[in-house]
Design a protein around this ligand. Structure first.
Ligand code: NAP
Length: 248
């Protein structure tokens, strides 16, 4: 039977690469997006071409009703949910904290923290053995920023990922007895659209050469780590924060 995964923010970047790779492993993939519907459908087509099955799901991860509806849709379509990749995330233009608006701070924590918690909560409710589930796996997409702090760039973003790390450690302990493994990947400088949305499209290329491996990473390289953490090959791994950062 095909395993079923929800990937938030799967219309582009790391989410799309993860969807494609899970498709190649025969998974059924819930492809969540917020605004970019054509890109989400392109991800779904790539999953299909790779050998998997996909269902496109619009929803804002920071909206509780949207999150519940996405999980309900997947469960009623396929009768199960085996995994969550908590990947949707945002940055904002580089700025010292002193110049950040309250609106910016609220949105950052709404999407990156509250959204990740809402999705993890729905997964916990549905996958926990005590609640009638079959167990499963969650991978949270954090960031190397959580340990670097990102001064003068975006300490709001870095701190939101610190919260994701702490949630990963705590939830792994909560859900281990429920048959659910919870891990995080912490990407470094990965070549995706996120840097342009923070106003610096060249950021990964420029800073990537300063890392020990001398280049930015690719979304596919992060996807490999996520897919491994979801797989049975990682059956004794939970509560791990796995850096995929070229040594940064
Ligand atoms: P990206 O290319 O900018 O893609 C972001 C994805 O998130 C898109 O699919 C977008 O959907 C979706 N999204 C944004 N806000 C959402 C919301 N409120 N609800 C649902 N979906 C939402 O980003 P990426 O670089 O692949 O990043 C993916 C994850 O990796 C993020 O959590 C990011 O923080 C983390 N990360 C990235 C890097 C890096 O260097 N790229 C480094 C460390 C960590 P639409 O297309 O519909 O807008």
């Amino acid at each position: 039977m095909s395993k079923v995964v929800l990937i938030t923010g799967a219309s582009r970047g790391i989410g799309r690469a993860t969807a494609r790779l899970l498709g190649a492993r025969g998974w059924t993939v819930g492809v969540n997006y917020q605004h970019n519907e054509p890109a989400a459908h392109e991800t779904a087509a790539e999953v299909g071409r790779a050998g998997g099955h996909a269902r496109v799901l619009r929803g804002d991860v920071s909206n509780e009703a949207d999150v519940i509806a996405m999980f309900d849709t997947l469960e009623s379509a396929y009768g199960r949910i085996d995994a969550l990749v908590n990947n949707a995330g945002i940055v904002a233009p580089s700025s010292p904290l002193a110049d950040m608006s309250a609106e910016r701070l609220a949105r950052m924590f709404d999407v990156n923290v509250y959204g990740a918690f809402l999705c993890a909560r729905e997964a916990a409710r549905r996958m926990s053995k005590d609640r009638g589930g079959d167990g499963g796996a969650i991978v949270n997409v954090s960031s190397a920023a959580a340990r670097l702090g990102s001064p003068n760039e975006y300490i709001d973003y870095a701190s939101s990922k610190g919260a994701v790390d702490t949630m990963t450690v705590g939830l792994a302990k909560e859900l281990g007895p429920q048959g659910v493994r919870v891990n995080a990947v912490r990407p470094g400088l990965i070549d995706t659209d996120i840097h342009a949305s923070g106003g610096r499209p060249e950021r990964a290329a420029v800073l990537g050469v300063q890392t020990p491996l001398g280049r930015p990473g690719g979304a596919d390289e992060v996807a490999e780590a996520i897919v491994w953490l979801l797989s049975d090959a990682a059956s004794y791994v939970t509560g791990a924060l796995l850096d995929v950062s070229g040594g940064r």
